[in-house]
Write a protein that binds this ligand. Sequence first.
Ligand code: ATP
Ligand code: MG
Length: 436
Amino acid sequence: MRHKKHTGLSDDDELKAYHNNMFNNWGFSGNPYYSNELIKEELLTTLFVGRRKERRKFISTLNSGIGAVCIEGKDFGIGKSTFFNRVALEVEKVREDFIVAKKIDFVSSTSPRDLLLDIMHRMVEAVERPGVVPKDVRNEVHKITQIRGVEKGREISVSLPSILRGSRHKSETQKERENITTGIIGSKILEIDRKVFDKAGKRFLISIENLESSKIRSESIKEGIESLRDLTFLNSLYFFIGDLGLRRTLSESGRLRSLAGNSIVIPPLNLHEFQNAVNIRLDHFSIKNKKKIEPIFPLDDDVVKYIHLKSKGDIRWAFNFLHRIFQGMVDDGHSVRVHNLADVEIIMVERAKETYEGLTRPLQKIIRGISRCGPSGPSSSSLIKETGFKTSYLNRNLNSEKIKSSPEILKRSREDRKAIYSLGYEMEMLKEYKII
Ligand SMILES: Nc1ncnc2c1ncn2[C@@H]1O[C@H](COP(=O)(O)OP(=O)(O)OP(=O)(O)O)[C@@H](O)[C@H]1O
Ligand SMILES: [Mg+2]
């Protein structure tokens, strides 16, 4: 999780009690800006804002008979996953004709076969939930997942899920796993899809998350994507969740032709929607008592506006940063009243400085370089001159997972196939306040 605050104090409980008490003074049960992952039903239904148009589009795709849809968003933290969580919950509640399978998280090391195994696994898991399909259908699905194996020279029947769970002896499991080809898994998925649709009248809703185009471009995953082509012409409905351009990447050279034209683009929440999201959170975390004391909203609209502007739509960061500002106010014993931008400027800069100071010396130097030269890449002569670092050294420092996933530090984009880095939200703030 990003921005987790480490207090370094051993007496955590005491500190927590102290903090809660401080929040209580403000009329809240906890830090109201906390960037909750909206997964649980209660938070998803109460804290979720906007996306009416996208929700309508989602519902129409459910009814259109299309096999695969992309959910795309330009940036980190814009709300793609949350959008999907919200609509999937709706489907689970009101659509008898769908079975919502648990999301699949796509990582760079996912092989084509792993991808198909995951899909099959999620389908089996979903039909195992009570009340999802009649018992006889569940049994038939189990039968489909049985495959023949050889043990001590004898032919036996083993169940795919048990192999997946690795519940059998390790070396055997390994051997059996190797024998299961993508072709075999693909045909099992087809059978399950058909059986559940024919016998229970239900379609699976399968979702694959974190599909960044850059991951898909790698040669190894192409085969997996290709094998999905046959699957997406079936009853199940696939959602691919990733960055902008995902649909284009997936449908390149006809790999997933069924995707043509089908994507739901998630735009950034506009200022009004973001303010609304903030206010709903403040209300949700306010202590509701009989005396009806109105909570003090700690930060005024200008602060919220400033953070929204800086975040460029990354509301995960925006909430995290508001959270850190308010925490700082509580830590410093600020008085209980509404604070404006001038009141919290120092705290904001301090928070951004913490991020900067947590970086290695070379990275700090590179950031100062980018601050002076403007957006640049490892082979930009101005950045090389400014830092005194060679391209290879710049590359080594910039190519870390941390940098790739911390848009508050540096934002990465591509120009003519080359990576270009510009200052992230918090570093931009440091530049604005002339710290770097
Ligand atoms: N519609 C919304 N209403 C209220 N809060 C939201 C909404 N969408 C997102 N959020 C908040 O923003 C956070 C980030 O959203 P989310 O994780 O969906 O972004 P994402 O686009 O999937 O990010 P990533 O690119 O990192 O996968 C959520 O944890 C949630 O707190
Ligand atoms: Mg996400």
